[in-house]
Design a protein around this ligand. Structure first.
Ligand code: ASP
Ligand code: MG
Length: 417
């Protein structure tokens, strides 16, 4: 039985959590296991900030880098005390990034960002691997950049499937241990430069590996008991879903649910590899199973997106909205690489809701000002309820709703944030 375990930043948040990870590895059953690690909690954000200050030639760049380095050295020292050889090993890995930021920045920021971002996952996975070895859990550390190959669309690279598949076929033969520890999120271009798969991309890596290694299951170890019916931070009544279909997971991620990375389902859907979402704090509790099982009963599933802006495009000459208007407006969204979170059409208006981004809104306004009167509402909150009930609709009456749209299964509305 081949299993893939993905541990996100929260699961690697501190020394205790890495110890808990080790217990999970000891208690679970498998013939072969691939452990996919994210960077430690918040490290990808810190590295992004570092890349920006490097790019702007800020003086504190190296100092910030050394702080980040020290933080990782401390974790390793807590887990595996007094091992200078392992500390040296970490230093060697950090060296590449250090050389990179000592050089003059290249013109392409997204290229530089990726060369710096990979440090987070390389180092976290190495620390996990050293610690497991120290606990006599024999494992091999794998640089996933030797196996997952992408184009050079930095920050959001596309997997080159044929090359990746060919390389992954040799993965087990290239290693002696039945446990492999590797990185999520990062990959390599054919020219051997580091690339990344988009923020929160570690889930996607777990899915790529499971599909190409014919895994029996993937477990996402998280700091929540499973996938919840709504955000527990905003809703006391949030409940855990025992089961979710691939279809429903795709729907929920489309509306902004942070279930798993939106690209995650596609690679495994044909092979029907089940996904388990479980809490690393309570590993014996059942989490959520995402599988091909259809016709499941769901409670209302709520997804909230804050900081939304609505753009209203109204024809200037009293004409009806035509397909030409739609295509013009959607082209402008596409040119700005933005996705509409809600679209409504009226006789003379197209109404579009977007994640707020001032630069993008200005750009769209500038391009389309000639054709339409454009009005903008900001600071809105978009709520999507899948499988809404009569109760959901009743509760709506108490809210002051600016826009509302619904079909048989999905209700969406916008209120002030
Ligand atoms: N470390 C990356 C990020 O924070 C990837 C991941 O955690 O999935 O986006
Ligand atoms: Mg994450």
């Amino acid at each position: 039985m081949i299993k893939i375990f993905k541990f996100g930043g929260a699961a690697l948040g501190n020394v205790e959590r890495i110890r808990a990870l080790c217990e999970i590895i000891q208690n679970e059953e498998y013939d072969r296991l691939v452990i996919v690690c994210s960077a430690f909690q918040n490290v990808t954000n810190e590295l992004t900030a570092l890349a920006k200050s490097y790019y702007q030639h800020k003086e504190n760049t190296l100092e910030d880098f050394h702080k980040l380095k020290a933080k990782h050295h401390q974790v390793l020292d807590h887990l595996v005390p007094n091992r200078q050889d392992l500390q040296d090993d970490l230093n060697d890995l950090f060296m590449e990034t250090e050389w990179f930021i000592e050089d003059q920045p290249e013109e392409d920021f997204s290229y530089s960002l990726d060369q710096i971002l990979v440090t987070g996952e390389i180092i976290s996975s190495r620390i996990v691997s050293h610690f497991l070895n120290q606990q006599s859990i024999d494992n091999n550390w794998v640089d996933i950049r030797d196996y997952i190959i992408t184009d050079n669309k930095y920050n959001n690279a596309n997997v080159l499937w044929t090359e990746t598949e060919m390389r992954l076929k040799k993965l087990w033969d290239n290693h002696t241990s039945k446990i492999l520890v590797t990185q999520g999120f990062i990959a390599s271009s054919t020219e051997n430069f580091s690339t990344t798969l988009g923020r929160e991309g570690s889930d996607y890596t777990a899915s790529i590996l499971s599909s190409r290694l014919q895994a029996d299951s993937v477990t996402f170890w998280k700091d929540v008991p499973g996938i919840m019916s709504s955000d527990p931070k905003l809703d006391m009544g949030a409940t855990k879903l025992k089961k979710l279909s691939y279809e429903e997971a795709i729907e929920m991620t489309y509306y902004g649910a942070k279930v798993i990375h939106p690209k995650t389902i596609k690679p495994i859907i044909k092979q029907e590899i089940p996904f388990f979402v479980k809490s690393f704090l309570h590993p014996n509790e059942l989490g959520t199973t995402i599988s091909s099982e259809e016709n499941l009963e769901y409670p209302p599933l709520t997804v909230i997106k804050k900081d939304q802006s609505v753009l209203i495009f109204k024809t200037k000459d009293y004409s009806h909205i035509s397909s030409k208007d739609s295509s013009r407006i959607f082209d402008s969204l596409a040119n700005n690489h933005v996705k509409a979170n809600l679209i409504m059409t009226k006789a003379r208006e197209i109404i579009i809701c977007l994640d707020h981004n001032e630069a993008v809104i200005n750009e769209i306004k500038e391009t389309l000002n000639n054709h339409y009167n454009i009005n903008i509402h900001m600071n809105l909150r978009l709520t999507t309820v899948r499988h809404y009930t009569a109760n959901t609709l009743d509760e709506l009456k108490m809210k002051s709703i600016k826009y509302q749209m619904q079909d048989g299964t999905t209700l969406q509305y916008l209120c002030s944030d």
